[in-house]
Design a protein around this ligand. Structure first.
Ligand code: FES
Length: 102
């Protein structure tokens, strides 16, 4: 599985994640304490983009029904999120963010 460049490092701020599409897959790129994380961007509960949610510490709160997920692990921490999120390997190459997604 190869690495895919999805955005630039400057596109992602701690309080402003970036939504990207890799094929049919919607992925949220988050920056937490200067580390970049890639998680599944569509909340498994219904349909809301987590990149439009509320980021606090290592967590993001779904904008629709307030499920809270840990961005660094994908784990559902509270609320009606149904399950943990998929996470994707990330690397930074120069100014580019690359991820591995199937
Ligand atoms: S759509 Fe995210 S908690 Fe309902």
């Amino acid at each position: 599985m190869g690495w895919i460049a999805v955005c630039q490092i400057d596109d992602v701020q701690e309080d402003e994640p970036k939504a990207v599409d890799v094929g049919e897959t919607k992925i949220g790129i988050f920056k937490i304490e200067n580390q970049i994380y890639a998680i599944e961007n569509v909340c498994p509960h219904a349909y809301a983009l987590l990149s439009e949610g509320f980021v606090e510490g290592e967590t993001v709160e779904c904008p629709l029904h307030e499920a809270v997920f840990n961005v660094t692990t994908g784990a559902l921490e509270s609320g009606p999120g149904c399950r943990d999120l998929c996470t994707y390997p990330v690397k930074v190459d120069g100014a580019s963010i690359l991820i591995q997604a199937q």
